[in-house]
Structure formats: C-alpha cells, structure tokens
Design a protein. Structure first.
Length: 431
C-alpha cells in the first residue's frame, strides 16, 4: 500500500470518529458555559490527545499498546460526571480526578489481563454483538438529524442518510481495491455535498476559527483533588476498561490475531497513560472507539499503519483549528447513514463469531439470548436506572458493560466446566 493511500485511509478513520470525539468537549463546554476561546481549546486539545493516545495503542512498546488498529477518543460515559463536577466544584477538580483515575487504570491493567479466561467464544461473540447493537440507536438518532436537533426526523435528513448509505453500499458492490476501501470516506464527502445543496452545511465555524492554535498542559490551572470527584472518575474509567476489553476482542477476531493476556494488559495500560495525558492537557478520559472497529470490518483494511496515520492527522488537527472546524461541518444525518453500515458490520462480526458456538446447547443459547437482550435493552432504555445512586447508575446505563457482565456471569453459572483461556484452539466450535 502506497503512502498516499495510507493517508487517505487514515482520513477515513478520522472522519469516522470525529463527531464522537468533538461532541464531548462541545457538551461539557456548553453545559459549563465556557467562552468561545475556551471551547476552541477544549476541542483542539482533545483532538491532539486523541492522536497521541491512538499512536500509543497502535505503535506500542514492550509495556504499552495493544498493537491492534484501534482509535482512541474521549468516552461518552464521562460527560455527565464531568459536568456535575464542573458545576459542583470547578474544572481543575475534574482534571485532577482524571489524572488520578488514569493512574488507577495503569495499576489495574494487570488485573484485567488475568480475566481472559472469562471470555470463551460464546462470551466473546455475545459481547461483540452487544457492542454493535448498542451503537445502532446512536446511528439511527444521527440519521434522523441528531438527538435534540430542531429538525429531528425531517424527510431531508432521512434522505441524506439514505443517500450516504446507498453510496457506500453501491461502492462495496461495484468498486474494487482502493476505491472500495474508501467507500465510507466517499459516502461522507458526497453526502456532505448533497447536504450543502439543501442548505444543511454552514462554514461559519470555519470562518471564525484560527489557523493555528497551541496546546499546553494545565490550560485551566493547577489540578485540584477532591475524593468524591476522584471516586466518580475512577468508576467511569473502570467502565471504559470493560468496554475497551470487549473492543480488543472484536478487533482480534476481525484481524485474525490471537489476543493474549499481555496484549490486553499493554492495551489497558496505554489507555491509562492516555487518561493521564487527558488530565495534564485538560481534556478527557480516553477509551477505544467502537465505530472504527466497524470501519476495519467493512473495508477489510487491517494495517496498523493506516490507524497510525489517523493518529498523526489528529495531532495535526489539534494545531489547526480552522481545518479541524471544516470536518465538523459533516451533518449528523450524513454521519448516521455511514454509521448504519459500520455499526451493522460490528453486529455481523459478532454473529460470525457465534456461528462457531454450539447453539444446540441450551446453556449457550441462554448466554447469548440474555446478554444480547440485556445489552440492547439498556442501550435503548437507559433511563430505567434514573432513580439509582449516581455512581451505580453510571455503571448500569452502559449497554456494553451490562451485556458483557451478563455474558460473563451466565457463562460462569451455566458453563463452568468450559471456562478457559481464549487461545487459538478456542476458535473451534464449543462442545
């Protein structure tokens, strides 16, 4: 693969995760009534740190990085707690909590690495399926125009989502080679151009953004450390560890690479370091983005060099607010159309794993049925836990976490004799 193609494929990964990356600083900054200058810094610093975090994971060292084509971005789980801490205390308290939570993740990484025996094929397939299914509502909300938008569900949004999806599908049907690999990128570009015809694209944010911006540590001041904020952020990061472990398994299956205990430990340790960097640069806790898993599955491009290119591009965007602002002009409906295909591919990957499981056994059927039902149910109706205490609610409102916990727990209960390490022989059908 030529370097030019690598960079274009890297752009595709950036566009796939970009909306998810910038929506967290937009939500947090808006709720805390930050100025336009502070908001611009939050977005730029977030992109910069996303790039560093991604490179840590992809390139890896003896101690850091899972070595899979993963992209890291700020976790949505942190939005509510960050707003609450910012309103109750201040932003330096939130960033102090993020710093400590990152160190906790680094310390806990070896513990999670020893839990791979809890993820045989029936659990892994269920978790991957839950990851995809729990993201489908996000795709559908975006396809309708973005949750909370004044034009939610308007026909023009639905048409734009459908047009983007059709472009991607037609390219996958008729195109070959590199053109097929960048089908999502082409769909996003053509979808955005179509949206511009309908007046759905405004370049105002691009015009207002500066050409150059600087990222420096402790922009909002020295971190402060309050116990309640630290405990809350530690819960957020532990939830992210569970989600990331599930994503590692999904990617290991898609890429055909056996996942070992040490790989998971290095991946989670790198995630902890990324969270610490988030605290230092006054951004957010970071986790592995599921949408890019769908992109890897759809395009079949599994090279780490492509995701490394995406990491470099994110770092560059962090210093170029005007160019970064240009990518925010992709309408939610266009992104939603692409997400339907990408998240659907994650579901299909999970089903592909489950076909290696003996589903004639009632025990395996129950593991799959209950974990998928719980994961999808929580993702669709998270408000069912609204009356629970804050930290517990945060944990239970994640469809991925609840689905994963259900799969692991039921497998231990129903298939205790078959629990074993996830190794190459585990790819065979379970008896």
């Amino acid at each position: 693969m030529t370097s030019g193609k690598t960079w274009i494929l890297g752009i595709q990964h950036v566009l796939a995760m970009y909306a998810g990356a910038v929506v967290v600083p937009i939500l947090v900054g808006g709720a805390l009534k930050l100025s336009a200058v502070q908001m611009a810094y939050l977005i730029s610093a977030d992109l910069f740190t996303c790039g560093i975090a991604t490179l840590l994971q992809v390139l890896g060292t003896r101690w850091l990085g899972v070595g899979l084509p993963v992209v890291l971005g700020c976790t949505f789980t942190a939005v509510g707690p960050l707003i609450s801490i910012g309103l109750t205390d201040n932003l330096p308290t939130a960033f102090g909590a993020i710093l400590v939570a990152g160190l906790v993740v680094v310390v806990l990484a070896p513990v999670f690495g020893r839990l791979l025996a809890l993820f045989p094929t029936v659990v892994t397939g269920s978790v991957v399926t839950v990851i995809g299914l729990s993201l489908i509502p996000v795709a559908m909300n975006d396809a309708a125009g973005g949750q909370g938008s004044p034009d939610f569900g308007q026909p023009v949004n639905l048409l734009l989502a459908l047009f983007t999806l059709l472009v991607i599908l037609l390219l996958n049907r008729w195109a070959r080679g590199f053109l097929r690999a960048i089908s999502v990128l082409i769909g996003l570009v053509l979808g955005t151009l179509a949206a511009a015809v309908f007046g759905k694209v405004s370049l105002q944010s691009v015009a207002q953004a500066n050409w150059m911006g600087l990222i420096h540590p402790l922009y909002f001041g020295r971190p402060q450390f309050h116990l309640a904020a630290i405990v809350t952020m530690c819960v957020v990061c532990v939830v992210s560890m569970v989600e990331s472990t599930g994503v590692y398994f999904a990617l290991s299956r898609i890429t055909g690479r056996e996942l070992k205990d040490a790989d998971v430990v290095r991946g989670l340790r790198a995630e902890g370091v990324a969270i610490v960097l988030g605290g230092l640069f006054n951004t957010f806790p970071y986790t592995t983005f599921s949408q890019n898993v769908g992109l890897v599955s759809m395009t079949g491009v599994k090279k780490r060099s492509v995701v490394a290119a995406a990491g470099v591009l994110l770092i560059i965007l962090g210093f170029l607010p005007k160019i970064a602002a240009l990518t925010t002009e992709i309408p939610s409906s266009v992104l939603g159309g692409a997400m339907i295909a990408m998240f659907g591919m994650v579901v299909a990957s999970g089903l592909n794993i489950l076909k290696m499981v003996d589903l004639h056994r009632q025990e395996n059927m129950l593991v799959v049925a209950c974990s998928v039902a719980v994961g999808l149910g929580v993702a669709v109706v998270p408000q069912m836990f609204d009356h629970l205490p804050g930290a517990l609610k945060m944990l239970l409102q994640s469809g991925i976490v609840m689905g994963s916990a259900t799969a692991v727990g039921l497998n231990l209960l129903l298939n205790r004799s078959s629990v074993r390490s996830v190794t190459a022989p585990d790819m065979a059908m379970e008896s």
